[in-house]
Design a protein. Structure first.
Length: 290
């Protein structure tokens, strides 16, 4: 993983343009966010904990098949070898299964923190990682309010690993693997507008079954993954201290007010390092030829 030296100056220029033309960039972001995003509705009342979503995800992305099962009191987390996990929680309404993965925020903090647009919010909705643009700063990991992106620390060519909502499949007109293969139909794929409507419809139709919440409707500015369940979010391990405004919105004023050098410094240092390394290699070659 790494940023090609040949595109360093282009990347630096892009970061500088983003700062100098803040209003224009903001307008473009607003225009993109007006597009109807795709998303996923997860209904924990229908989940039976079969882990088909996990095994399907592993097969599609060439990852190891899960070897552990959901267990009360054990929190299984996503990592560099699995993009989604199912956990089992003991609640006031009995044991409840809950699936976890990237939330695909409407305005993702990871994408806002990425200086090279390696972490990217697509027009279709999924948030994806583009390795050819990544410079390895891992700001996406630090900025994510859901602690989702994971780094392959033990790989000679490390990547950032996270659910991408099977973006390649979506571009082909297919559903994400987990939604297509869930035998209990606990995972529904569609536009975010349709999913929110369906969630409200289910809650209204069966108020004795569902808790009156849709997690992801407003949290962190709204997410592409939305949830309905039998019990409130706090009983299912969800983060309930998140703000409703998107996290990138908090940093807009800061980015346009601080000296640009502080924001551009990481990219600048990377370019200096690569350039001096290249010059040193050329010098060593010259010395060997003499």
């Amino acid at each position: 993983m790494g940023l090609d030296r040949r595109v360093f100056m282009k990347t630096l220029g892009l970061a500088g343009t983003t700062l100098v033309l803040g209003k224009s960039v903001g307008a473009a972001t607003k225009e993109k966010n007006s597009v109807e995003f795709y998303g996923v509705l997860y209904d924990s009342t229908r989940c039976v904990g079969c882990q088909t979503c996990e095994t399907t995800c592993a097969e599609i992305h060439n990852l190891p098949a899960p070897t552990d099962a959901p267990e009360v009191g054990v929190v299984r987390k996503t990592n560099e070898t699995r993009r989604t996990v199912v956990n089992l929680h003991k609640t006031t309404k009995g044991e409840v299964y809950v699936k976890s993965q990237c939330m695909h925020c409407n305005e993702p903090a990871c994408a806002a923190a990425c200086l090279t647009q390696a972490m990217y919010k697509t027009k279709e909705g999924p948030v994806i990682w583009r390795g050819n643009k990544c410079m390895g700063c891992r700001y996406c990991m630090v900025s994510c309010p859901f602690d989702v992106p994971k780094f392959e620390y033990h790989s000679p060519n490390p990547k950032i690993i996270k659910c991408d909502m099977c973006y390649d499949r979506i571009k082909e007109g297919k559903k994400p693997g987990c939604a297509e293969n869930c035998p209990a139909e606990a995972i529904v794929f569609g536009t975010r507008r349709e999913l929110i409507h369906e969630a409200r419809k289910r809650i209204a139709a069966q108020p004795d079954v569902y808790s009156e919440f849709i997690y992801g409707e407003h949290e962190a500015g709204g997410t592409g993954e939305v949830y309905v369940a039998q019990v409130p979010p706090v009983e299912l391990g969800f983060k309930t201290n998140l703000q409703n405004e998107s996290y990138p919105a908090l940093s807009k004023g800061f980015l346009y007010s601080v000296p640009s050098v502080f924001v551009l410094l990481p990219v600048l240092l990377l370019g200096i390092h690569e350039t001096t390394k290249d010059n040193k290699n050329h010098q060593n070659e010259a010395d060997e030829n003499e």
